[in-house]
Design a protein around this ligand. Structure first.
Ligand code: VG1
Ligand code: CO
Length: 543
């Protein structure tokens, strides 16, 4: 063991965003940029309940390189055991599971999730704490402070480990365990779901397409869907993880998973379609001829969870991020469950899950998950859908339509305006915030403002406060718009505009989403003039 202390310089831009530190690869390749951030993690994270670290990533370009550096630095930073996925692979939910199973003090997950990969694309590092969840704001804040002060990092340059072969290596006091990235996760899924029932569904001729988007979920989906559940070979598409995700955005939405969507709209297409993102924590659900919005998916899963082994005893509560539609609120109301509304980002769910006051959580950005791990979980959502389909023996369309008849329908879309000049975006948000006191009561295009607020959240478990989490304008007719800036982008600023309009039914449940939201967009634009302020008429991405 030859621990070296090397000089580094502090960086002023290592503030983790919604989900870890994300930058372009060349930015991460600056001298000591990775080392600085990793040292800050080791300095800030308490090594409790054990000195075990979980390590893996989504397999994107630069993944292997950074895995090697983290191992060498861990050896010099009082880590006793590293559990790393073979080939440096671990999906985000699988990493969360391993942290919990191994009583690790935390995990380092290398991913920029749904952002593209490659030498000029995105990379990311995130740290999850001992509960398996993304580091809370207190911890990321402390890490950021540390990155601005660091002048040295510690490394054992002699430590090199073959991460391509499963097995254990002892290097001085350090044990490095290379594990099958899928095995423990697959066991967890078998504990939660009735695999026999899903197997019978596939055996009955039910067909599915799963698009792994050349990202990390490929090996998980192949093992679970095809090998264990007997889905026909070829059910999993793009199942081999690639460093550049085959040149695509591994973002499971109707833009980037268009090929899957097109297949699902064919009358002879599969019965059920799904996709996942770069690091395996998101899910896209499409039925034959019908898209399920993530907000609706959360509501349907919550309403039907009792069809599944793990949730047969009922749910404790539901949580959703603030911009997510209130479809889940109606389910909670009918089922007599508490509903929590949190800021965007999975880290805000962890306390509620730890405390045992919610069971299922979701975000409009295609994230759904539950108390089995502390991250959103793409394949879990797919398996829950499959369990419900196996049990109800109805199509996705029938399930969705009967859901709307019972609870009403929340027409919903998110408009993303990408790569806006940051000063322009910041100025617009500041002007909008200043406008809020005057908006109440105003009317445009027949929409009257009921309230206009800057969302702040007080965590009911630890009392911590998160401010400026999005501007929310609510109308008397139940419609709503939310404005916020993305915290995961790596180019300029991305303005997200979340639009929602409620129809109680029984009429008006089968309308076109875009048509339904158009009057709301016009009203909002008349009130706050966002299109002019950012100089864009049309969004880059609609989801
Ligand atoms: C986006 C989504 C948010 C999600 C986050 C991380 O954040 O809106 O709901 O939790 O990505 O997802 P933002 O700040 O860009 O809106 V992932 O799959 O990147 O880990
Ligand atoms: Co993700």
């Amino acid at each position: 063991v030859t621990i070296e202390t090397r000089q580094t310089k502090p960086f002023d831009d290592q503030k983790p965003g919604t989900s870890g530190l994300r930058k372009k690869v060349p930015h991460f390749q600056q001298d000591n940029y990775v080392e600085n951030f990793v040292q800050a993690i080791f300095d800030v994270a308490p090594k409790e309940p054990s000195k075990t670290l979980i390590l893996g990533g989504d397999g994107r370009y630069f993944n292997r390189e950074v895995i090697g550096r983290v191992i060498a630095m861990a050896a010099a930073n009082d880590v006793e055991r590293i559990v790393v996925g073979e080939g440096g692979i671990l999906s985000t939910p699988a990493a969360s599971n391993l942290i919990r199973k191994r009583n690790a003090f935390g995990g380092i997950i290398l991913s920029a999730s749904h952002n593209p990969g490659g030498p000029d694309e995105d990379f990311g590092i995130k740290f999850n704490t001992a509960n398996g969840g993304p580091a809370p704001e207190g911890v990321t804040g402390a890490m950021f402070e540390r990155t601005k002060q660091l002048t040295e990092y510690r490394i054992d340059p002699d430590v090199t480990v073959d991460i391509e072969t499963i097995g254990q290596t002892n290097i001085g006091d350090l044990i490095v365990e290379v594990v099958d990235p899928v095995a423990d996760y697959a066991v967890l899924m078998e504990e939660l779901f009735d695999f026999d029932k899903i197997r019978a569904l596939f055996a009955s001729g039910f067909t599915m397409a799963f698009d792994a988007m050349h990202a990390v979920t490929g090996p998980y989906a192949l093992e679970i869907l095809e090998n264990r559940l007997g889905a026909p070979k070829g059910t999993v598409r793009n199942g081999v993880p690639k460093e550049d995700f085959g040149g695509h955005h591994p973002d499971p939405n109707l833009v980037h998973a268009k090929a899957l969507y097109d297949d699902m709209m064919r009358s002879d297409g599969p019965d059920f379609g799904a996709a996942s993102d770069g690091d395996g924590d998101r899910n896209l659900i499409i039925g034959k001829g019908i898209y399920v919005s993530p907000s609706d998916s959360l509501a349907v899963l919550a309403a039907n969870a009792a069809h599944t082994k793990a949730y047969a005893g009922g749910l404790k509560g539901i949580a959703r991020s603030m911009p997510t539609s209130s479809a889940a609120d109606r389910v909670a109301e009918v089922m007599g469950l508490p509903l929590y509304e949190t800021p965007t980002g999975w880290k805000f769910f962890a306390n509620l899950l730890d405390e045992g006051i919610v069971t299922i959580c979701g975000e409009e950005s295609a994230g759904t998950g539950a108390n089995h791990v502390r991250e959103k979980d793409g394949l879990w959502a797919v398996l829950l859908w499959l369990s419900i389909l196996a049990s109800r023996k109805e199509s996705v369309r029938d399930i969705l339509q009967s859901h709307w008849r019972q609870f009403g329908r929340n027409y919903y879309a998110r408009h993303d305006f990408e790569a806006i000049d940051k000063p322009v975006a910041d100025r617009f948000m500041a002007e909008l915030t200043a406008m809020l006191p005057q908006l109440g009561g105003k009317t445009a295009e027949g929409f009257q403002v009921r309230s206009a607020t800057d969302f702040a959240y007080k965590d009911p478990v630890d009392g911590s406060i998160a401010e400026h989490q999005g501007i929310r304008i609510r109308f008397e007719n139940g419609s709503r718009v939310v404005f916020r800036l993305s915290g995961t982008g790596t180019e300029g600023a991305t303005l997200r505009v979340y639009l929602e309009r409620f129809e109680p039914g029984p009429d008006g449940l089968d309308r076109d989403v875009e048509e339904m939201l158009e009057p709301l967009i016009d009203a909002v634009d008349a009130l706050v003039g966002y299109r002019r302020a950012i100089g864009r008429m049309e969004p880059d991405v609609v989801t």
